[in-house]
Write a protein that binds this ligand. Structure first.
Ligand SMILES: [Zn+2]
Ligand SMILES: [Zn+2]
Length: 362
C-alpha cells in the first residue's frame, strides 16, 4: 500500500501509549520474523518501519502531523530520499528482541528527523514550514518536478546573516560573556537544577555589534519570495509529505534554517481511480461483444491498449492489465490497471430490433 498507516500495521490505536506500541511491535515482530514458520519478510519489514517511527516520540509526533515523510536532501542525487533497502540485513541474522536499541541503532535515520545536522537543542533554529501542493495522478504515477513559490525568511544578503552592518565594531556579548548561552537556576521537584538557554541579547552568537544591519535591522534575515523545484517521487500519495532539509525559515542571526514539508494532495482523475498502487477504470461495451468476444481499446495511464474479451464474458468481469498502475514508492515495479467491463444496455431500440431480441430469447 502506498499510503501506510503505521498504527494499523502495528494494530494499535492512534492514542496508544508508548508501552502499548512496544508490546504490539514485539508480538508482531516475533510472529513475522523471517526465520519463523509464520515468518513473512515483507510484513516484518513493514512492522519494523512502523515501529521505527511510532516507537520514537519525536518521529511519532512528526508522523501524526505530516504523515509518512520522504526526505529530499539538497543536491543529493536520485531524488535525495533514502530507500527502504538501505535498512538492510533484516532477513538474515539472528535478532535479539530484548535488545531493541542495538537492532535499530544500525538502521540509520531513514526519515532524517533530527540528529543528522547536529542541531543543538539550545540553538534558535528557524521554524519549519509546511505547504500543501496539489498534483495530478500522472505526476505520482511516473514522478515529476514541480515549481513552487514560497514566502519565507532567508538569510540577509547585506550582512550575510550576522545582523551587523558591514564594517561595524564587534564586541563580546556582556550578558553571556561570549558563551552564547545563559544558565539559570530552576526549581524543580528534584531540587534546584541548572537550565541552559540561548542568550537573549546575542541569540547565541556570543557577539554584539556597534551598528545593526540597515537591511534586516539586526535580525540577520529578511522575508522574500523564493522559487523552489520539488521532486515528486513516483508512488507518493495524498497525505504523505516530502521533507526538504534546511529549506524552511532561516534562523535568526545566521542560525540554521528549519525544514520545509511539502504535503501532497493528488487531484481526482476524471477517468481513473487510484487504489493503493493499482488503478481502476470501467469500460462499457456492447452486450454482443461480451457474448461473442471481441478486442476493445482500453485507456490506461500509459495510453490506449488493446484488451481481448473472451467469448461468454460476464458483465462486471475485471481484467488485469499488468504493471499499468502506479510506480511503487521507493521500490521497483508498478501496480496493475484493473478494468471492469460492463455491458451497456441500449435504451432506444427499433421495433425490428426488439422483435429480433425477443426471438433470440437471451
Ligand atoms: Zn550573549
Ligand atoms: Zn542584515
Amino acid at each position: 500500500m502506498a499510503n501506510k498507516n503505521y498504527y494499523d500495521t502495528l494494530g494499535v490505536s492512534k492514542d496508544a501509549s508508548s508501552d502499548d506500541i512496544k508490546k504490539a511491535f514485539r508480538k508482531k515482530a516475533h510472529e513475522y520474523h523471517p526465520d519463523k514458520k509464520t515468518g513473512d519478510e515483507a510484513k516484518f519489514k513493514e512492522i519494523n518501519e512502523a515501529y521505527q517511527v511510532l516507537g520514537n516520540e519525536q518521529k511519532r509526533k512528526q508522523y501524526d502531523q505530516f504523515g509518512t515523510t520522504f526526505n529530499q536532501g539538497q543536491g543529493s542525487g536520485a531524488g535525495g530520499y533514502s530507500s527502504w533497502q538501505d535498512m538492510g540485513g533484516f532477513s538474515q541474522g539472528n535478532m535479539d528482541f530484548d535488545d531493541l536499541g542495538d537492532i535499530f541503532s544500525g538502521m540509520g535515520d531513514i526519515f532524517g528527523f533530527g540528529g543528522a545536522r547536529g542541531r543543538s537543542r539550545s540553538q534558535a533554529r528557524g521554524s519549519d514550514l509546511q505547504m500543501t501542493i496539489a498534483v495530478e495522478l500522472e505526476d505520482v504515477v511516473f514522478g515529476a518536478e514541480k515549481n513552487i513559490e514560497i514566502k519565507k525568511n532567508i538569510a540577509c544578503d547585506h550582512c550575510e546573516g550576522s545582523g551587523a552592518e558591514p564594517g561595524s565594531d564587534v564586541k563580546t556579548c556582556e550578558t553571556c560573556q561570549g558563551k552564547g548561552e545563559v544558565i539559570r537556576m530552576q526549581r524543580t521537584i528534584l531540587g534546584n537544577m541548572q537550565a541552559r538557554s540561548v542568550c537573549p541579547d546575542c541569540q547565541g552568537e556570543g557577539k554584539t555589534y556597534s551598528q545593526t544591519c540597515k537591511v534586516c535591522h539586526g535580525e540577520g534575515r529578511v522575508q522574500e519570495k523564493v522559487k523552489l523545484t520539488i521532486k515528486i517521487p513516483a508512488g507518493i500519495d495524498t497525505g504523505q509529505s516530502i521533507r526538504l532539509s534546511g529549506k524552511g525559515e532561516a534562523g535568526p542571526k545566521g542560525a540554521p534554517a528549519g525544514d520545509l514539508f511539502i504535503k501532497i494532495k493528488v487531484n481526482e482523475h476524471t477517468k481513473f481511480i487510484r487504489e493503493g498502487d493499482d488503478i481502476r477504470s470501467t469500460k462499457e461495451v456492447k452486450f454482443s461483444q461480451l457474448v461473442l468476444g471481441d478486442k476493445v481499446e482500453v485507456e490506461t495511464i500509459d495510453g490506449k491498449v488493446i484488451l481481448k474479451i473472451p467469448e461468454g464474458t460476464q458483465s462486471g468481469t475485471i481484467f488485469k492489465l499488468k504493471a499499468k498502475g502506479v510506480n511503487h514508492l521507493q521500490s521497483r515495479g508498478r501496480g496493475d490497471h484493473l478494468v471492469k467491463v460492463i455491458a451497456k444496455t441500449p435504451k432506444k431500440l427499433t421495433k425490428k430490433q426488439k422483435e429480433t431480441l425477443k426471438d433470440l430469447n437471451i
